[in-house]
Design a binder for this molecule. Sequence first.
Ligand SMILES: C[S@@+](CC[C@H](N)C(=O)[O-])C[C@H]1O[C@@H](n2cnc3c(N)ncnc32)[C@H](O)[C@@H]1O
Length: 213
Amino acid sequence: MELSDDTALRAELEAGLRTLGLAPTLADPLLAYLALLVRWNKTYNLTAVRDPREMVVRHLLDSLAMVPHVDGLATLADLGTGPGLPGIPLAIALPGLHVTLVESNGKKARFLREAVRQLKLTNADVAESRIEAVDRPGAFDAITARALATLPDILAVGGHLPKADGGRLLAMKGVNPVDEIAALPAGWRLDTVTPLKVPGLDAERHLVVVARA
Ligand SMILES: C[S@@+](CC[C@H](N)C(=O)[O-])C[C@H]1O[C@@H](n2cnc3c(N)ncnc32)[C@H](O)[C@@H]1O
Protein backbone atom coordinates (compact mmCIF):
# COMPACT_ATOMS: atom_id res chain seq x y z
CA MET A 1 0.00 0.00 0.00
CA GLU A 2 1.22 3.51 -0.80
CA LEU A 3 1.82 5.62 2.30
CA SER A 4 -0.53 8.27 0.94
CA ASP A 5 -3.32 5.61 1.00
CA ASP A 6 -2.72 4.70 4.67
CA THR A 7 -5.77 6.37 6.16
CA ALA A 8 -4.70 5.89 9.80
CA LEU A 9 -1.31 7.47 9.11
CA ARG A 10 -2.90 10.35 7.21
CA ALA A 11 -5.45 10.91 10.01
CA GLU A 12 -2.68 11.05 12.62
CA LEU A 13 -0.69 13.52 10.55
CA GLU A 14 -3.72 15.71 9.81
CA ALA A 15 -4.68 15.76 13.52
CA GLY A 16 -1.11 16.76 14.41
CA LEU A 17 -1.13 19.51 11.79
CA ARG A 18 -4.39 20.90 13.20
CA THR A 19 -2.96 20.85 16.73
CA LEU A 20 0.02 22.86 15.48
CA GLY A 21 -2.35 25.32 13.77
CA LEU A 22 -1.25 24.21 10.30
CA ALA A 23 -3.37 23.35 7.26
CA PRO A 24 -4.28 19.64 7.03
CA THR A 25 -3.77 19.96 3.25
CA LEU A 26 -0.04 19.89 3.98
CA ALA A 27 -0.49 16.15 4.60
CA ASP A 28 -0.17 15.37 0.87
CA PRO A 29 3.32 16.80 0.25
CA LEU A 30 4.49 15.67 3.70
CA LEU A 31 3.39 12.09 3.00
CA ALA A 32 5.12 12.25 -0.37
CA TYR A 33 8.34 13.20 1.46
CA LEU A 34 7.78 10.42 4.01
CA ALA A 35 7.26 7.86 1.25
CA LEU A 36 10.59 8.84 -0.34
CA LEU A 37 12.32 8.69 3.04
CA VAL A 38 10.93 5.23 3.81
CA ARG A 39 11.89 3.95 0.35
CA TRP A 40 15.45 5.31 0.33
CA ASN A 41 15.99 4.41 3.99
CA LYS A 42 15.90 0.73 3.08
CA THR A 43 19.21 0.98 1.21
CA TYR A 44 20.72 4.33 2.28
CA ASN A 45 20.33 4.21 6.08
CA LEU A 46 19.14 7.81 6.30
CA THR A 47 17.48 7.58 9.71
CA ALA A 48 17.33 5.06 12.55
CA VAL A 49 13.58 5.66 12.82
CA ARG A 50 12.03 3.08 10.50
CA ASP A 51 8.35 2.95 11.44
CA PRO A 52 6.38 5.48 9.33
CA ARG A 53 4.02 6.18 12.26
CA GLU A 54 6.99 7.06 14.44
CA MET A 55 8.42 9.16 11.59
CA VAL A 56 5.21 11.23 11.49
CA VAL A 57 5.68 12.27 15.12
CA ARG A 58 9.45 12.27 15.59
CA HIS A 59 10.39 13.71 12.21
CA LEU A 60 7.47 15.57 10.60
CA LEU A 61 5.55 17.02 13.56
CA ASP A 62 8.73 17.60 15.57
CA SER A 63 10.17 19.67 12.71
CA LEU A 64 6.91 21.52 12.13
CA ALA A 65 6.64 22.58 15.79
CA MET A 66 9.25 25.19 14.78
CA VAL A 67 7.03 26.83 12.16
CA PRO A 68 5.81 29.81 14.26
CA HIS A 69 9.44 30.66 15.06
CA VAL A 70 10.58 30.57 11.44
CA ASP A 71 7.52 32.07 9.77
CA GLY A 72 8.38 35.51 8.41
CA LEU A 73 12.05 34.74 7.77
CA ALA A 74 13.24 34.80 4.15
CA THR A 75 16.29 32.53 4.36
CA LEU A 76 17.23 29.62 6.60
CA ALA A 77 20.21 27.25 6.49
CA ASP A 78 19.55 23.82 8.03
CA LEU A 79 22.97 22.61 9.20
CA GLY A 80 23.63 18.86 9.27
CA THR A 81 20.17 18.30 7.86
CA GLY A 82 20.68 14.53 7.33
CA PRO A 83 17.64 13.42 5.32
CA GLY A 84 16.20 16.96 5.42
CA LEU A 85 15.15 17.50 9.01
CA PRO A 86 13.83 19.94 9.98
CA GLY A 87 14.50 21.71 6.66
CA ILE A 88 12.27 19.83 4.23
CA PRO A 89 9.08 19.86 6.36
CA LEU A 90 9.69 23.58 6.99
CA ALA A 91 10.14 24.27 3.26
CA ILE A 92 6.92 22.36 2.55
CA ALA A 93 4.95 24.30 5.18
CA LEU A 94 6.41 27.74 4.39
CA PRO A 95 6.68 28.41 0.64
CA GLY A 96 7.88 31.97 1.37
CA LEU A 97 10.95 30.66 3.18
CA HIS A 98 14.04 29.61 1.23
CA VAL A 99 15.81 26.71 2.93
CA THR A 100 19.40 25.68 2.21
CA LEU A 101 19.98 22.07 3.26
CA VAL A 102 23.60 21.64 4.33
CA GLU A 103 24.90 18.07 4.51
CA SER A 104 28.38 16.61 3.97
CA ASN A 105 27.40 12.94 3.65
CA GLY A 106 27.26 12.06 -0.05
CA LYS A 107 24.42 9.52 0.20
CA LYS A 108 22.26 11.87 2.23
CA ALA A 109 23.00 14.76 -0.13
CA ARG A 110 21.97 12.57 -3.06
CA PHE A 111 18.68 11.77 -1.32
CA LEU A 112 18.15 15.46 -0.59
CA ARG A 113 18.64 16.46 -4.24
CA GLU A 114 16.20 13.76 -5.31
CA ALA A 115 13.63 14.81 -2.68
CA VAL A 116 13.87 18.49 -3.68
CA ARG A 117 13.41 17.49 -7.33
CA GLN A 118 10.56 15.02 -6.85
CA LEU A 119 8.68 17.22 -4.37
CA LYS A 120 9.19 20.23 -6.69
CA LEU A 121 10.51 22.30 -3.79
CA THR A 122 11.47 25.49 -5.60
CA ASN A 123 12.23 27.11 -2.22
CA ALA A 124 14.95 24.65 -1.20
CA ASP A 125 18.50 23.95 -2.36
CA VAL A 126 21.15 21.47 -1.30
CA ALA A 127 24.69 22.38 -0.26
CA GLU A 128 26.73 19.16 -0.23
CA SER A 129 29.48 20.48 1.99
CA ARG A 130 31.00 20.59 5.42
CA ILE A 131 29.16 23.35 7.28
CA GLU A 132 32.40 25.18 8.03
CA ALA A 133 33.22 25.23 4.30
CA VAL A 134 29.95 26.87 3.19
CA ASP A 135 31.34 30.11 1.80
CA ARG A 136 28.28 32.32 2.19
CA PRO A 137 29.06 34.52 5.20
CA GLY A 138 26.07 36.46 6.50
CA ALA A 139 23.78 35.04 3.80
CA PHE A 140 20.99 33.74 6.06
CA ASP A 141 18.39 35.29 8.33
CA ALA A 142 18.87 32.26 10.56
CA ILE A 143 20.55 28.90 10.84
CA THR A 144 18.92 25.89 12.41
CA ALA A 145 20.14 22.48 13.54
CA ARG A 146 18.51 19.43 15.03
CA ALA A 147 20.49 16.60 16.66
CA LEU A 148 23.77 18.06 15.38
CA ALA A 149 25.92 19.31 18.24
CA THR A 150 26.04 21.55 21.31
CA LEU A 151 25.17 25.22 20.85
CA PRO A 152 28.86 26.29 21.10
CA ASP A 153 29.86 23.61 18.58
CA ILE A 154 27.10 24.58 16.13
CA LEU A 155 28.28 28.20 16.32
CA ALA A 156 31.92 27.12 15.92
CA VAL A 157 31.17 25.54 12.52
CA GLY A 158 28.22 27.65 11.32
CA GLY A 159 28.43 30.97 13.18
CA HIS A 160 29.66 32.75 10.03
CA LEU A 161 26.40 32.04 8.18
CA PRO A 162 23.70 34.17 9.92
CA LYS A 163 23.58 37.78 8.77
CA ALA A 164 25.58 40.30 10.81
CA ASP A 165 22.53 42.37 11.68
CA GLY A 166 19.94 40.29 13.57
CA GLY A 167 21.08 36.84 12.42
CA ARG A 168 20.07 33.99 14.70
CA LEU A 169 20.59 30.34 15.56
CA LEU A 170 17.36 28.42 16.15
CA ALA A 171 18.33 25.11 17.72
CA MET A 172 16.00 22.21 18.40
CA LYS A 173 16.89 20.65 21.75
CA GLY A 174 15.47 18.07 24.17
CA VAL A 175 15.82 19.35 27.72
CA ASN A 176 16.62 23.02 28.27
CA PRO A 177 20.42 23.00 27.62
CA VAL A 178 21.48 25.30 30.46
CA ASP A 179 25.13 24.19 30.40
CA GLU A 180 25.39 24.83 26.65
CA ILE A 181 23.77 28.24 27.09
CA ALA A 182 26.29 29.11 29.81
CA ALA A 183 29.10 28.20 27.38
CA LEU A 184 27.95 30.39 24.45
CA PRO A 185 30.95 31.97 22.74
CA ALA A 186 31.70 35.70 22.74
CA GLY A 187 29.58 37.62 20.26
CA TRP A 188 26.44 35.57 20.91
CA ARG A 189 23.70 35.86 23.56
CA LEU A 190 20.67 33.82 24.52
CA ASP A 191 17.47 35.32 23.12
CA THR A 192 14.73 32.87 24.15
CA VAL A 193 14.11 29.29 25.23
CA THR A 194 10.62 28.10 24.29
CA PRO A 195 9.18 24.72 25.30
CA LEU A 196 7.63 23.09 22.23
CA LYS A 197 4.67 20.73 22.38
CA VAL A 198 4.96 18.13 19.66
CA PRO A 199 1.65 16.29 19.10
CA GLY A 200 2.03 12.63 20.05
CA LEU A 201 5.44 13.07 21.70
CA ASP A 202 5.91 12.92 25.47
CA ALA A 203 9.59 13.84 25.45
CA GLU A 204 10.64 17.37 26.35
CA ARG A 205 11.44 19.62 23.39
CA HIS A 206 12.81 23.16 23.42
CA LEU A 207 13.58 25.72 20.78
CA VAL A 208 16.62 27.74 21.80
CA VAL A 209 17.13 31.03 19.96
CA VAL A 210 20.61 32.54 20.10
CA ALA A 211 21.22 36.01 18.68
CA ARG A 212 24.32 37.99 17.82
CA ALA A 213 25.28 40.04 20.87
C1 LIG B 1 22.50 13.05 13.84
S1 LIG B 1 22.30 13.58 12.21
C2 LIG B 1 20.88 14.64 12.36
C3 LIG B 1 20.17 14.79 11.06
C4 LIG B 1 18.92 15.68 11.11
N1 LIG B 1 19.23 17.05 11.42
C5 LIG B 1 17.88 15.14 12.06
O1 LIG B 1 17.48 15.85 12.96
O2 LIG B 1 17.46 13.98 11.89
C6 LIG B 1 23.61 14.75 11.96
C7 LIG B 1 23.91 15.02 10.50
O3 LIG B 1 24.83 16.09 10.40
C8 LIG B 1 25.78 15.79 9.40
N2 LIG B 1 26.99 16.54 9.77
C9 LIG B 1 27.69 16.42 10.93
N3 LIG B 1 28.71 17.30 10.94
C10 LIG B 1 28.65 17.98 9.77
C11 LIG B 1 29.44 19.03 9.19
N4 LIG B 1 30.46 19.55 9.84
N5 LIG B 1 29.07 19.49 7.98
C12 LIG B 1 28.00 18.98 7.32
N6 LIG B 1 27.22 17.99 7.82
C13 LIG B 1 27.54 17.51 9.02
C14 LIG B 1 25.94 14.28 9.44
O4 LIG B 1 26.40 13.77 8.20
C15 LIG B 1 24.52 13.84 9.77
O5 LIG B 1 23.77 13.60 8.60
